[in-house]
Ligand binder design. Structure first.
Ligand SMILES: Nc1nc2c(ncn2[C@@H]2O[C@H](COP(=O)(O)OP(=O)(O)OP(=O)(O)O)[C@@H](O)[C@H]2O)c(=O)[nH]1
Ligand SMILES: [Mg+2]
Length: 328
């Protein structure tokens, strides 16, 4: 018997899939349980939802309430994505952060200047991406909450000072991430992980490339890690390669921008709809309003290698830059 899931259900399911925290997952699951059609065809699915809910609630209870240090590490997400900076003391995280976001974070020539995460917004074309400056990673001591901050991010920017044994710095970072059960991947597909592990995309930044003899350090670093990660030589101080940096961050995020327009009107190219790669016309409709998703019959699309104004179905996969006209 077919399940005949309703648009409301699918919408809640999409939210569930995108949920980052246990609370968000529970909220979405509650909606899924409330709106799922109650007939024989959904019996098994309803059972699965129920046991998923029980597991999530258990998870929530097991977690102790947040201590002060953990609270300091909770950063409210803003903009199209959250990207966390990571690096050893003095590598130039705050210099990069301040330059890229115009938000304030203290810079000093001594280590351990930054003591808690600081969010700021980086503009890239018509998007705002949140960057989070962080205290330095140190060997064998990770503040409570740091691991969650990293896990909840959409991607990482790993900052390395190329004038100070860059390969060693990267090894220390990989070791500490490993201790937190966080695997970073740059290129290719992310392998499936054991329970309790998280994976994130990372871009490696070889910083201080303006300094004397810095490029030698960068070359050695690049030689060692370029197979596995995207990397870029930068100077946070001088803003070297910042345009490239923003582009690479965008690529790392695996997102696309599409634009909507009303029949007869033009698109607003300053207001992109930001979606995960692989999203469909239905996801675009949902991002406008859930009623839209319910009523949507078809869409017309400009871009996508299609001829202009081609009619497409609800499950059509949209591409970067597409302009979509919804018909209800
Ligand atoms: N030459 C050069 N120096 C830099 C660059 N970026 C940062 N620095 C210097 O490196 C020192 C540390 O910079 P910060 O931005 O405070 O480094 P941080 O990684 O935030 O340091 P912590 O907060 O202590 O972890 C300062 O003296 C900066 O001026 C760069 O691109 N080139
Ligand atoms: Mg700092």
């Amino acid at each position: 018997m077919p399940a005949n899931l309703t648009p409301q259900y699918l919408e809640a399911e999409a939210k569930f899939k995108q949920a980052k925290t246990t609370q968000e997952k529970i909220k979405a699951l509650e909606v899924m349980m409330a709106v799922i059609p109650k007939h024989k065809g959904t019996e098994r699915l309803r059972g699965q939802l129920k046991s998923r809910m029980a597991k999530l609630k258990e998870e929530l209870q097991k977690r102790p309430t947040l201590g002060r240090a953990e609270q300091a590490y909770t950063v409210k997400r803003e903009g199209s994505a959250q990207v966390v900076l990571l690096g050893l003391p003095n590598c130039g995280k705050s210099t990069l952060f301040s330059k890229a976001t115009h938000a304030f974070s203290e810079v000093a020539d001594y280590p351990f200047t930054t003591q808690k995460p600081i969010p700021g917004m980086m503009k890239f074309e018509n998007l705002q991406i949140q960057l989070v400056d962080t205290p330095p990673i140190q060997l064998d001591h990770i503040e409570p909450g740091f691991s969650n901050l990293i896990r909840n991010a959409d991607a990482l920017l790993i900052v390395i000072d190329v004038t100070e044994d860059p390969i060693f710095q990267m090894e220390v970072l990989l070791e500490e991430l490993n201790r937190m059960k966080i695997m970073i991947a740059g290129k290719g597909t992310i392998p499936s992980l054991e329970v309790g592990w998280a994976s994130l995309r990372a871009l490696l930044l070889g910083n201080k490339c303006d300094a004397k003899n810095a490029m030698e350090g960068y070359r050695a670093f690049e030689g060692r890690f370029k197979e596995d990660f995207p990397l870029l030589p930068i100077s946070a101080k001088e803003g070297m390669n910042f345009d490239e940096l923003k582009k690479e961050v965008y690529q790392l995020l695996d997102i696309i921008r599409v634009y909507t327009k009303a029949p007869g009107g033009g698109p607003d190219l300053t207001e992109p709809v930001v979606l995960k790669k692989g999203s469909t016309v239905e996801d675009v409709a949902l991002s406008i309003h859930k009623d839209f998703l319910k009523k949507l019959r078809y869409a017309k699309i400009w871009g996508s290698g299609k001829f202009d104004g081609q009619m497409v179905k609800r499950d059509y996969k949209v591409n970067e830059g597409d302009i979509i006209e919804m018909h209800i």
